[in-house]
Design a protein around this ligand. Structure first.
Ligand code: CTP
Length: 397
Protein backbone atom coordinates (compact mmCIF):
# COMPACT_ATOMS: atom_id res chain seq x y z
CA UNK A 1 0.00 0.00 0.00
CA UNK A 2 2.86 2.39 0.82
CA UNK A 3 5.57 0.79 -1.30
CA UNK A 4 8.34 3.25 -2.21
CA UNK A 5 6.84 6.00 -0.04
CA UNK A 6 9.29 7.68 2.33
CA UNK A 7 8.06 8.93 5.71
CA UNK A 8 10.15 11.28 7.80
CA UNK A 9 8.94 10.32 11.28
CA UNK A 10 9.62 12.85 14.03
CA UNK A 11 9.15 11.41 17.52
CA UNK A 12 8.86 14.03 20.23
CA UNK A 13 9.05 13.50 23.95
CA UNK A 14 5.88 12.09 25.45
CA UNK A 15 4.86 8.80 27.02
CA UNK A 16 3.08 7.95 23.73
CA UNK A 17 6.50 7.71 22.05
CA UNK A 18 6.44 3.97 22.75
CA UNK A 19 3.48 3.66 20.31
CA UNK A 20 5.67 5.10 17.56
CA UNK A 21 7.70 1.91 17.59
CA UNK A 22 4.56 0.03 16.54
CA UNK A 23 3.85 2.72 13.93
CA UNK A 24 7.31 2.15 12.43
CA UNK A 25 6.63 -1.59 12.31
CA UNK A 26 3.27 -1.07 10.56
CA UNK A 27 4.78 1.39 8.07
CA UNK A 28 7.60 -1.01 7.21
CA UNK A 29 5.07 -3.84 6.79
CA UNK A 30 3.26 -1.70 4.20
CA UNK A 31 6.51 -1.22 2.30
CA UNK A 32 7.26 2.36 3.38
CA UNK A 33 10.76 3.64 4.12
CA UNK A 34 11.01 5.41 7.47
CA UNK A 35 13.62 8.04 8.32
CA UNK A 36 13.37 8.52 12.10
CA UNK A 37 14.17 11.71 14.00
CA UNK A 38 14.13 11.81 17.80
CA UNK A 39 14.01 14.95 19.89
CA UNK A 40 16.18 15.08 22.99
CA UNK A 41 13.11 14.48 25.22
CA UNK A 42 11.95 11.56 23.06
CA UNK A 43 15.20 9.77 23.89
CA UNK A 44 14.02 9.66 27.52
CA UNK A 45 11.10 7.47 26.39
CA UNK A 46 12.49 5.35 23.53
CA UNK A 47 16.08 4.65 22.63
CA UNK A 48 17.65 5.53 19.27
CA UNK A 49 18.80 1.91 19.10
CA UNK A 50 15.29 0.40 19.21
CA UNK A 51 13.97 3.00 16.74
CA UNK A 52 16.83 2.42 14.34
CA UNK A 53 16.52 -1.37 14.63
CA UNK A 54 12.82 -1.25 13.68
CA UNK A 55 13.24 1.35 10.94
CA UNK A 56 16.35 -0.32 9.56
CA UNK A 57 17.79 3.17 9.13
CA UNK A 58 20.00 5.65 10.89
CA UNK A 59 18.25 7.76 13.55
CA UNK A 60 18.80 11.52 13.43
CA UNK A 61 18.89 13.35 16.75
CA UNK A 62 21.16 16.37 16.65
CA UNK A 63 21.09 19.52 14.56
CA UNK A 64 24.79 20.08 14.99
CA UNK A 65 25.98 16.59 14.17
CA UNK A 66 28.54 17.42 11.50
CA UNK A 67 28.72 13.86 10.20
CA UNK A 68 25.04 14.06 9.39
CA UNK A 69 25.49 17.43 7.71
CA UNK A 70 28.15 15.85 5.49
CA UNK A 71 25.92 12.87 4.74
CA UNK A 72 22.67 14.75 4.40
CA UNK A 73 22.02 18.35 5.36
CA UNK A 74 18.93 19.09 7.40
CA UNK A 75 17.34 20.92 4.48
CA UNK A 76 17.73 17.87 2.29
CA UNK A 77 16.60 15.56 5.09
CA UNK A 78 13.39 17.56 5.39
CA UNK A 79 12.62 17.27 1.69
CA UNK A 80 13.38 13.71 0.65
CA UNK A 81 10.17 12.46 2.27
CA UNK A 82 6.71 12.10 0.72
CA UNK A 83 5.23 12.99 4.10
CA UNK A 84 6.55 14.32 7.41
CA UNK A 85 4.75 12.68 10.34
CA UNK A 86 5.10 13.94 13.92
CA UNK A 87 3.98 11.20 16.33
CA UNK A 88 3.63 11.93 19.13
CA UNK A 89 3.37 15.69 18.73
CA UNK A 90 3.73 17.26 22.18
CA UNK A 91 2.12 20.57 23.14
CA UNK A 92 5.62 22.06 23.14
CA UNK A 93 6.47 20.95 19.61
CA UNK A 94 3.05 22.13 18.36
CA UNK A 95 3.77 25.54 19.90
CA UNK A 96 7.17 25.69 18.21
CA UNK A 97 5.63 24.72 14.87
CA UNK A 98 2.90 27.35 15.21
CA UNK A 99 5.52 30.01 15.94
CA UNK A 100 7.99 28.86 13.30
CA UNK A 101 10.81 28.32 15.76
CA UNK A 102 13.85 26.27 14.84
CA UNK A 103 15.99 25.51 17.88
CA UNK A 104 16.58 21.80 17.47
CA UNK A 105 16.68 19.27 14.65
CA UNK A 106 12.93 18.41 14.72
CA UNK A 107 11.69 22.02 14.68
CA UNK A 108 14.30 23.01 12.08
CA UNK A 109 13.21 20.18 9.78
CA UNK A 110 9.57 21.21 10.20
CA UNK A 111 10.38 24.80 9.31
CA UNK A 112 12.58 23.85 6.36
CA UNK A 113 10.30 21.28 4.77
CA UNK A 114 8.20 21.79 1.67
CA UNK A 115 6.57 18.37 2.13
CA UNK A 116 3.05 17.88 3.60
CA UNK A 117 3.08 17.52 7.39
CA UNK A 118 0.82 15.39 9.59
CA UNK A 119 0.80 15.47 13.39
CA UNK A 120 -0.63 13.06 15.97
CA UNK A 121 -0.98 15.18 19.13
CA UNK A 122 -0.51 13.53 22.53
CA UNK A 123 -0.70 15.35 25.82
CA UNK A 124 -2.53 15.72 29.12
CA UNK A 125 -6.21 16.66 28.69
CA UNK A 126 -5.76 20.06 30.37
CA UNK A 127 -2.87 20.89 28.06
CA UNK A 128 -4.97 19.86 25.04
CA UNK A 129 -7.89 21.98 26.24
CA UNK A 130 -5.71 24.99 27.11
CA UNK A 131 -6.51 28.08 25.00
CA UNK A 132 -2.85 28.31 23.94
CA UNK A 133 -2.94 24.79 22.46
CA UNK A 134 -6.32 25.50 20.81
CA UNK A 135 -4.79 28.63 19.23
CA UNK A 136 -1.73 26.71 18.07
CA UNK A 137 -3.95 24.00 16.61
CA UNK A 138 -5.91 26.55 14.57
CA UNK A 139 -2.66 28.08 13.29
CA UNK A 140 -1.37 24.65 12.26
CA UNK A 141 -4.64 23.79 10.51
CA UNK A 142 -4.49 27.09 8.64
CA UNK A 143 -0.92 26.16 7.63
CA UNK A 144 -2.38 22.97 6.05
CA UNK A 145 -0.92 20.63 8.66
CA UNK A 146 -3.18 17.56 8.89
CA UNK A 147 -4.15 16.43 12.36
CA UNK A 148 -4.81 12.82 13.45
CA UNK A 149 -6.66 12.47 16.76
CA UNK A 150 -6.13 12.79 19.62
CA UNK A 151 -8.46 10.14 21.06
CA UNK A 152 -10.45 10.34 24.24
CA UNK A 153 -9.72 7.87 27.03
CA UNK A 154 -7.69 7.00 30.10
CA UNK A 155 -4.35 8.75 30.08
CA UNK A 156 -0.97 7.68 31.40
CA UNK A 157 -1.17 10.57 33.90
CA UNK A 158 -4.32 9.03 35.43
CA UNK A 159 -6.78 11.56 34.00
CA UNK A 160 -9.51 10.95 31.43
CA UNK A 161 -10.37 12.92 28.30
CA UNK A 162 -9.09 13.89 24.87
CA UNK A 163 -5.31 13.96 24.53
CA UNK A 164 -4.36 10.31 24.01
CA UNK A 165 -2.37 9.77 20.84
CA UNK A 166 -4.31 7.93 18.12
CA UNK A 167 -3.52 4.25 17.82
CA UNK A 168 -0.70 3.36 15.38
CA UNK A 169 -3.23 1.65 13.05
CA UNK A 170 -5.28 4.88 12.92
CA UNK A 171 -2.18 6.93 12.13
CA UNK A 172 -1.23 4.39 9.46
CA UNK A 173 -4.69 4.75 7.85
CA UNK A 174 -4.40 8.54 7.91
CA UNK A 175 -0.96 8.32 6.29
CA UNK A 176 -2.30 5.96 3.61
CA UNK A 177 -5.20 8.34 2.95
CA UNK A 178 -2.87 11.32 2.71
CA UNK A 179 -0.66 9.50 0.24
CA UNK A 180 -3.51 7.95 -1.78
CA UNK A 181 -4.11 9.58 -5.10
CA UNK A 182 -7.74 8.48 -5.41
CA UNK A 183 -10.41 10.37 -7.37
CA UNK A 184 -11.66 12.03 -4.17
CA UNK A 185 -8.23 13.34 -3.13
CA UNK A 186 -8.63 16.86 -1.77
CA UNK A 187 -12.43 16.53 -1.40
CA UNK A 188 -14.09 16.90 1.98
CA UNK A 189 -17.06 14.58 2.44
CA UNK A 190 -19.30 14.62 5.49
CA UNK A 191 -21.06 11.39 6.52
CA UNK A 192 -23.66 10.98 9.27
CA UNK A 193 -24.24 7.49 10.62
CA UNK A 194 -25.82 5.36 13.32
CA UNK A 195 -28.88 5.97 15.47
CA UNK A 196 -29.44 8.86 17.81
CA UNK A 197 -30.34 8.42 21.46
CA UNK A 198 -32.93 10.79 22.86
CA UNK A 199 -32.92 10.88 26.67
CA UNK A 200 -36.06 10.38 28.75
CA UNK A 201 -34.19 10.75 32.02
CA UNK A 202 -30.53 10.14 32.98
CA UNK A 203 -30.88 6.34 32.64
CA UNK A 204 -33.44 5.83 29.86
CA UNK A 205 -33.52 6.85 26.24
CA UNK A 206 -35.37 6.35 22.97
CA UNK A 207 -33.31 4.74 20.21
CA UNK A 208 -33.74 2.78 16.97
CA UNK A 209 -32.30 -0.38 15.43
CA UNK A 210 -29.66 1.25 13.21
CA UNK A 211 -26.27 -0.44 13.71
CA UNK A 212 -24.28 2.22 11.84
CA UNK A 213 -22.95 -0.49 9.48
CA UNK A 214 -23.99 1.20 6.20
CA UNK A 215 -22.74 4.67 7.15
CA UNK A 216 -19.44 3.21 8.40
CA UNK A 217 -18.97 1.25 5.17
CA UNK A 218 -19.66 4.41 3.15
CA UNK A 219 -17.06 6.37 5.11
CA UNK A 220 -14.50 3.57 4.56
CA UNK A 221 -15.21 3.48 0.83
CA UNK A 222 -14.82 7.27 0.57
CA UNK A 223 -11.52 7.16 2.51
CA UNK A 224 -10.28 4.44 0.14
CA UNK A 225 -10.91 6.83 -2.76
CA UNK A 226 -8.77 9.47 -1.04
CA UNK A 227 -11.54 11.64 0.47
CA UNK A 228 -11.04 13.66 3.60
CA UNK A 229 -14.04 12.34 5.58
CA UNK A 230 -15.74 13.84 8.63
CA UNK A 231 -17.76 11.07 10.25
CA UNK A 232 -20.51 12.24 12.60
CA UNK A 233 -21.98 9.23 14.36
CA UNK A 234 -24.56 8.45 16.99
CA UNK A 235 -24.00 5.52 19.40
CA UNK A 236 -23.51 2.72 16.84
CA UNK A 237 -22.95 -1.03 17.30
CA UNK A 238 -20.07 -1.25 14.84
CA UNK A 239 -16.62 0.27 15.39
CA UNK A 240 -16.12 3.62 13.67
CA UNK A 241 -13.93 3.69 10.56
CA UNK A 242 -10.30 4.74 10.83
CA UNK A 243 -8.68 7.48 8.77
CA UNK A 244 -11.61 9.88 9.32
CA UNK A 245 -12.24 12.89 11.51
CA UNK A 246 -14.52 11.24 14.06
CA UNK A 247 -17.26 13.17 15.86
CA UNK A 248 -19.35 11.14 18.31
CA UNK A 249 -22.76 12.47 19.34
CA UNK A 250 -25.84 11.18 21.13
CA UNK A 251 -28.86 13.24 20.16
CA UNK A 252 -30.26 14.68 16.93
CA UNK A 253 -29.66 18.21 18.20
CA UNK A 254 -25.98 17.40 18.88
CA UNK A 255 -25.71 15.79 15.44
CA UNK A 256 -27.05 18.95 13.78
CA UNK A 257 -24.48 21.09 15.64
CA UNK A 258 -21.65 18.70 14.70
CA UNK A 259 -22.72 18.78 11.04
CA UNK A 260 -22.85 22.58 11.00
CA UNK A 261 -19.37 22.73 12.57
CA UNK A 262 -17.97 20.26 10.02
CA UNK A 263 -19.18 22.26 6.99
CA UNK A 264 -18.13 23.33 4.39
CA UNK A 265 -17.95 20.05 2.50
CA UNK A 266 -17.88 19.08 -1.16
CA UNK A 267 -20.47 16.38 -0.52
CA UNK A 268 -22.58 15.28 2.43
CA UNK A 269 -24.14 11.84 2.90
CA UNK A 270 -26.80 11.49 5.56
CA UNK A 271 -26.93 7.81 6.45
CA UNK A 272 -27.87 8.33 10.11
CA UNK A 273 -31.20 7.07 11.38
CA UNK A 274 -32.04 10.27 13.23
CA UNK A 275 -34.86 10.13 15.76
CA UNK A 276 -37.74 12.25 14.51
CA UNK A 277 -38.80 13.20 18.02
CA UNK A 278 -37.12 13.91 21.31
CA UNK A 279 -38.70 13.82 24.74
CA UNK A 280 -39.53 17.44 25.48
CA UNK A 281 -40.27 16.56 29.08
CA UNK A 282 -36.86 14.83 29.59
CA UNK A 283 -35.72 15.29 33.14
CA UNK A 284 -32.37 15.41 34.86
CA UNK A 285 -33.63 13.04 37.57
CA UNK A 286 -34.65 9.40 37.24
CA UNK A 287 -38.42 8.99 36.86
CA UNK A 288 -39.64 6.84 39.76
CA UNK A 289 -42.61 4.45 39.81
CA UNK A 290 -45.66 6.13 41.34
CA UNK A 291 -48.08 3.48 42.68
CA UNK A 292 -49.37 2.41 39.26
CA UNK A 293 -49.64 5.94 37.87
CA UNK A 294 -48.07 5.90 34.38
CA UNK A 295 -45.60 8.57 33.33
CA UNK A 296 -46.64 10.81 30.45
CA UNK A 297 -43.94 11.71 27.94
CA UNK A 298 -44.27 14.82 25.86
CA UNK A 299 -42.49 14.89 22.53
CA UNK A 300 -40.99 17.66 20.41
CA UNK A 301 -39.93 17.34 16.78
CA UNK A 302 -36.19 17.13 16.16
CA UNK A 303 -34.50 19.34 13.57
CA UNK A 304 -34.31 17.69 10.13
CA UNK A 305 -30.55 17.75 9.53
CA UNK A 306 -30.69 16.59 5.91
CA UNK A 307 -33.37 19.12 4.98
CA UNK A 308 -31.62 22.00 6.74
CA UNK A 309 -28.33 21.33 4.89
CA UNK A 310 -30.11 20.76 1.55
CA UNK A 311 -31.86 24.11 1.89
CA UNK A 312 -28.74 26.11 2.71
CA UNK A 313 -28.43 29.09 0.39
CA UNK A 314 -24.83 29.80 1.34
CA UNK A 315 -22.16 27.10 1.47
CA UNK A 316 -24.43 24.18 0.57
CA UNK A 317 -22.35 21.07 -0.27
CA UNK A 318 -22.25 20.49 -4.03
CA UNK A 319 -23.85 17.07 -3.58
CA UNK A 320 -26.29 16.21 -0.79
CA UNK A 321 -27.35 12.57 -0.44
CA UNK A 322 -30.08 11.36 1.89
CA UNK A 323 -31.34 7.91 2.80
CA UNK A 324 -34.96 6.86 2.96
CA UNK A 325 -35.80 4.05 5.32
CA UNK A 326 -39.28 2.90 4.27
CA UNK A 327 -41.55 -0.03 4.93
CA UNK A 328 -44.32 0.75 2.38
CA UNK A 329 -44.38 2.18 -1.17
CA UNK A 330 -40.62 2.47 -0.98
CA UNK A 331 -39.96 4.17 -4.34
CA UNK A 332 -42.96 6.52 -4.24
CA UNK A 333 -42.23 7.61 -0.66
CA UNK A 334 -38.51 8.02 -1.29
CA UNK A 335 -39.07 9.99 -4.51
CA UNK A 336 -41.39 12.35 -2.64
CA UNK A 337 -38.85 12.58 0.21
CA UNK A 338 -36.10 13.68 -2.21
CA UNK A 339 -38.25 16.55 -3.42
CA UNK A 340 -39.54 17.46 0.04
CA UNK A 341 -36.07 17.54 1.64
CA UNK A 342 -34.48 19.14 -1.44
CA UNK A 343 -31.49 16.81 -1.49
CA UNK A 344 -29.84 15.75 -4.75
CA UNK A 345 -30.03 11.98 -4.37
CA UNK A 346 -31.89 9.60 -2.09
CA UNK A 347 -30.73 6.08 -1.37
CA UNK A 348 -33.98 4.24 -0.68
CA UNK A 349 -34.22 0.96 1.16
CA UNK A 350 -36.94 -1.28 2.48
CA UNK A 351 -36.43 -1.71 6.20
CA UNK A 352 -39.37 -4.06 6.79
CA UNK A 353 -38.25 -6.69 9.33
CA UNK A 354 -38.47 -9.55 6.78
CA UNK A 355 -35.77 -7.92 4.60
CA UNK A 356 -33.21 -8.24 7.45
CA UNK A 357 -31.60 -4.99 6.23
CA UNK A 358 -31.77 -2.90 9.38
CA UNK A 359 -29.00 -4.25 11.60
CA UNK A 360 -27.97 -6.84 8.93
CA UNK A 361 -24.90 -7.05 6.70
CA UNK A 362 -26.63 -6.64 3.32
CA UNK A 363 -28.58 -3.92 1.62
CA UNK A 364 -30.82 -3.68 -1.44
CA UNK A 365 -31.19 -0.04 -2.44
CA UNK A 366 -32.69 2.11 -5.15
CA UNK A 367 -30.75 5.23 -6.02
CA UNK A 368 -33.14 8.07 -6.76
CA UNK A 369 -31.71 11.05 -8.62
CA UNK A 370 -33.34 13.82 -10.65
CA UNK A 371 -32.96 11.41 -13.63
CA UNK A 372 -35.10 8.68 -12.05
CA UNK A 373 -34.86 5.52 -9.97
CA UNK A 374 -32.10 2.96 -10.37
CA UNK A 375 -32.41 -0.44 -8.65
CA UNK A 376 -29.17 -1.89 -7.34
CA UNK A 377 -28.94 -5.63 -6.62
CA UNK A 378 -28.90 -6.94 -3.06
CA UNK A 379 -25.24 -6.55 -2.07
CA UNK A 380 -23.16 -6.51 1.09
CA UNK A 381 -23.23 -3.11 2.78
CA UNK A 382 -19.53 -2.84 1.89
CA UNK A 383 -20.26 -3.34 -1.84
CA UNK A 384 -23.23 -0.95 -1.73
CA UNK A 385 -20.94 1.61 -0.10
CA UNK A 386 -18.27 1.18 -2.78
CA UNK A 387 -20.81 1.72 -5.56
CA UNK A 388 -22.10 4.84 -3.86
CA UNK A 389 -18.58 6.19 -3.28
CA UNK A 390 -17.78 5.63 -6.98
CA UNK A 391 -20.91 7.57 -7.94
CA UNK A 392 -19.98 10.40 -5.58
CA UNK A 393 -16.49 10.51 -7.15
CA UNK A 394 -18.05 10.69 -10.65
CA UNK A 395 -20.39 13.48 -9.55
CA UNK A 396 -17.58 15.55 -7.99
CA UNK A 397 -15.11 14.99 -10.85
N1 CTP B 1 -32.81 12.81 8.62
C1 CTP B 1 -32.16 13.87 9.21
N2 CTP B 1 -32.68 14.47 10.31
C2 CTP B 1 -33.84 14.03 10.84
C3 CTP B 1 -34.52 12.93 10.26
C4 CTP B 1 -33.98 12.35 9.15
O1 CTP B 1 -31.10 14.26 8.72
N3 CTP B 1 -34.32 14.62 11.93
C5 CTP B 1 -32.25 12.24 7.38
C6 CTP B 1 -31.77 10.80 7.50
O2 CTP B 1 -30.39 10.78 7.84
C7 CTP B 1 -32.00 10.28 6.10
C8 CTP B 1 -33.22 11.05 5.64
O3 CTP B 1 -33.31 12.20 6.46
O4 CTP B 1 -30.96 10.62 5.23
C9 CTP B 1 -34.53 10.34 5.68
O5 CTP B 1 -34.74 9.73 6.91
P1 CTP B 1 -36.08 8.92 7.16
O6 CTP B 1 -36.08 8.43 8.57
O7 CTP B 1 -36.30 7.92 6.06
O8 CTP B 1 -37.15 10.04 6.91
P2 CTP B 1 -37.95 10.95 7.86
O9 CTP B 1 -37.62 12.38 7.61
O10 CTP B 1 -37.77 10.49 9.25
O11 CTP B 1 -39.42 10.71 7.33
P3 CTP B 1 -40.50 9.59 7.74
O12 CTP B 1 -40.12 9.13 9.12
O13 CTP B 1 -41.75 10.32 7.68
O14 CTP B 1 -40.37 8.52 6.70
Amino acid sequence: MLASKRILLIISGGIAAYKSLELIRLLKKQGADVTPVLTRAAQEFVTPLSVSALAGEKVYTDLFDLTDEAEMGHIQLSRVADLVVVAPATADLMAKMAQGRADDLASTLLLATDTPVMIAPAMNVRMWDHPATRRNLEVLKADSVSIVGPNEGDMACGEYGPGRMSEPSEILDAIATELTDGPLKGKHVLVTSGPTHEPIDPVRYIANRSSGAQGTAIARALVALGADVTFVTGPADVDPPTGVTLVQVETAEDMLKAVQTALPADAAIFAAAVADWRVASATGRKIKKQNGKLPVLEFAENPDILASVSRMTNGRPGLVVGFAAETDDVIANATAKRVRKQCDWIVANDVSPETGIMGGSENAVTLITPDGAEDWPRLSKTETAKRLADRVAEALA
